[in-house]
Ligand binder design. Structure first.
Ligand code: ZN
Length: 201
């Protein structure tokens, strides 16, 4: 389990933490757990999320187990800078949906004494690294990979397999659209999909 470093009260040092994994891996739950502990430690917190994610609630960060925490929806990462006066701990949920300037902004925040905790999908539904996440993983002091359970075999899952054939990169959805799969089952499902046209020809 991740144990947090101590915030330097003189505000000299911050750092970046990334919690990443597939859908249903508990990323947001872990972000909320860390933010709650910072609150218990009487640190000032703020959580941001991209406006694109309207699955549950415009203002709250909600994890799949329905824990909520108020958040500030922003269109662009740089808007975060307008809300951080006096804030010591900054949470960023669904960070994969931000543009490529997010790593630079996180570095700026950490360099200015903020603890930045990021939750993000590591890969899109095609298995490719998602948006700014590879850069965030590279610059973070602490990276935690969390895993879901494969819906086909029960092993650890780290792919978010899309159940429909739509190719658009961003489709917000839940278990009706995505299922977590392990490498073996993901590979098999891709092969099965490739075979399908032959079956019907
Ligand atoms: Zn599996």
């Amino acid at each position: 389990m991740f144990l947090e470093n101590n915030i330097d009260k003189a505000g000299r040092t911050g750092w970046i933490e990334v919690v990443t994994g597939s859908m249903f891996s508990g990323k947001t739950e872990e972000l909320i757990r860390r933010i709650r502990r910072a609150e218990i430690a009487q640190q000032k917190i703020a959580i941001f999320k991209p406006k694109i994610d309207k699955r549950y609630s415009e203002k709250d960060v909600v994890s799949h187990d329905s824990k909520t925490i108020p958040s500030i929806p922003v269109t662009e990462a740089k808007e975060i800078l307008e809300h951080i006066k006096d804030i010591e701990v900054i949470g960023i949920d669904e960070a994969q949906f931000f543009e490529n300037d997010l790593p630079e902004i996180c570095n700026y925040l950490a360099n200015n004494g903020k603890r930045v905790i990021i939750a993000a999908l590591d890969m899109d539904f095609t298995g490719k690294p998602f948006g700014p996440v590879p850069q965030l993983l590279a610059i973070a002091e602490y990276v935690t990979k969390v895993h879901a359970i494969c819906m086909k075999c029960g092993n650890l899952a780290h792919y978010s397999h899309r159940l429909s054939d739509v190719q658009k990169l961003v489709i917000l959805g839940e278990k009706d659209i995505y299922e977590p799969l392990c490498r073996e089952c993901y590979k098999k499902s891709k092969l099965d999909k490739k075979k399908e046209p032959e079956l019907f020809s």
